[in-house]
Unconditional design. Structure first.
Lengths: 278, 278, 278
């Protein structure tokens, strides 16, 4: 029996996520349900795209991922199911899947068409759960939808590169629990433009000339621990998901501060990489 | 093996919810435990009542619902177990169950009396878990308590209607993750008073003459998406749980604002429906 | 199949906790995973120590506890696995386990040495999960690490007692979801110093002469409920975990206030117990 995961903007308090789990177990008592996140900012497609992209790969092949963000059915916002990379995704056609689909071509996309049998103002509960349980029982996508060829794109997904290829202009797409600031500049993309040139990264007035592989690379371990003063230092890493991230060492937004709070960086802000001429 | 659900005000951080799951699995390794919510505001009986009422119905018959809000045992606050609608509920006798019991008559209520065998300052862990596991193993309520006939009521549960039946005066009973404001005016109650009359809904200085069935009903889809300006618009719906709700389209308390933040509506505030004479 | 629990500072929003569950289920489809907490304050070793100490005891013998706080591998911060009290703990050697180890001697400690086979900047996902699954399958600690004899201590774990034994000077080590303030003064420690003497507890300008066993001990139940005014009253209890706690009756940081907010008590603040001469 495959795993069903949940990624929503329902929050931790309301009854929505609990109700959905109850509905799934009512249909499939033996299935495993895993919460990926219910704390996506309301209606924030970009955050949801980043979270599901980085979580789904750790799950077994055949897993079914319900994404409940901005899922009210209307003429602009159809429901879709996608099979891709041996995983299934059920969501609204609102751009959430375009980040993953840009990296890996979908195997099949259907626009869900079982709504004539279901009257609902809570489609994640009444439609997505039905589709997920259908797939979990081995059902095919064609039974619950009609095949389509493309999905709605998300904006600002790919960083801008100037014609001379001397600059990458990226955006902040996610701010994590540590207040670290994740950009849309992936390591693969960065290296394809960089070749072997030196670089300087700019975010607001802050400049960086090194991208680290892990946070504690900035620590000088030859100095005894009690005399070091690394907490709160700014740095740039390629994070565990492979994106350029502006971080603060051992940050805590509530106490020492974080990259977001100390440097004033917010979602959609610009981060620029400038390459030297040679 | 039935499902055991948890609804508490323990929050997401403390060890309480984890300890309870450990205790349940220690007794019943094969049971399924589902978190409904641990983010009920501390000691907020009304919020807990709304959450459990709207979540429990999605679970399979026979499910056992532990509600850990204000559960310290004292002369005013006994522990009860209720069988109702083929579900079981274990909680303090503090009003939490009166919202459900008003809609559906309980089949049986017992006041739990196993405390002489248990010395505890953490009754959800030491008493409610024992009762839940007893029921999950097929045990009867009479073994763990003595039958009683009524439970403590909750205040402000039912909206006020004037003698002429020209006005319903309701209250805000819940504010959801989107900052939408839920009242205690159910669709069934509203329609039983309305008959066929026109109506006007007032909350603070705001007036509404339409109740929608879903949020995007206010959108004019004939205008192209990029030229519409619907985010942040106020509206009234009967929500998926069947209650009159004052909402803001695609709200986010942190960014565009929400019904609660933009209109200054808080828990217990008044919402009035006035009916025309004919 | 044993239970694997998770205690981290990953927060509720990011993909980290979801990814870890996916990775565990990919290796062990039948295992049970239980979230203890993902809301430990970032890099807060003391909070994590308190949470895991109070949660683990409720789990069945043989359970495996992954603790993902400050776990980046570097010369100062090795990875360890500990068997203790018939439970297993996997974490960084950064002091988290010293609170438990002070109470119960570890049976075995190993420094994990499987890193040469794993390139990672997300060690909880890539190392801790591997170790946990190894143990869950019945593997021994020696296969994944080399035995060591001691672990890094945590600071301020034990309260100070003056030479005359007339004073205990403790610290606030945890503030719970109700804003109650937990000190490092355990009931056993308190009683070992107190003998039969009277005492006075001081926190900031507040003094207390009684330690209660439960919160509602301060309520006078002979007065009718509607005339009592106990909400918001300050008191001291030994909490369910056995630590001296300064509390506010039916507190809520957002509304009536809490011990932390009303009395201005923060992590690491001093709480003093003074004993009378006889």
């Amino acid at each position: 029996m495959p795993i069903i995961t949940l990624t929503t903007d329902f929050g931790e308090k309301d009854h929505f996520a609990g109700a959905i789990k109850g509905a799934i177990y009512s249909e499939l008592p033996e299935v495993k349900i895993v919460d990926i996140s219910h704390s996506v900012a309301p209606f924030n497609i970009g955050e949801a795209a980043y979270i599901i992209q980085n979580a789904y790969k750790s799950f077994p092949k055949g897993s079914i991922h319900i994404i409940g963000i901005d899922s009210e059915l209307n003429p602009d916002n159809k429901h879709i199911a996608i099979s891709l990379d041996d995983h299934y995704f059920i969501c609204a056609n609102n751009g959430i899947m375009s980040m993953i689909c840009q990296e890996i071509a979908p195997y099949k996309i259907v626009e869900i068409n079982i709504h004539d049998k279901i009257e609902t103002s809570f489609p994640v509960l009444d439609v997505f759960v039905k589709v997920a349980c259908h797939i979990a029982r081995g059902g095919t996508l064609e039974v619950i939808g009609k095949v389509i060829n493309s999905i709605k794109p998300i904006k600002n997904l790919i960083p801008f590169v100037n014609d001379e290829k001397t600059q990458i202009i990226g955006n902040v797409i996610y701010i994590d629990n540590y207040g670290n600031v994740v950009t849309n500049i992936s390591q693969a993309f960065f290296e394809s433009i960089q070749k072997t040139r030196a670089y300087e990264i700019s975010a607001r007035n802050y400049k960086f000339k090194t991208i680290h592989n892990k946070y504690s690379d900035i620590v000088n371990f030859s100095i005894p621990e009690e005399r070091r003063n690394d907490e709160g230092r700014r740095l740039v890493v390629f994070n565990a998901s492979g994106y350029l991230e502006i971080a603060v060492y051992k940050s805590n937004t509530e106490t020492v501060g974080s990259a977001s709070s100390l440097m004033g960086l917010s979602l959609m802000d610009t981060v620029t990489v400038s390459f030297s001429k040679t």
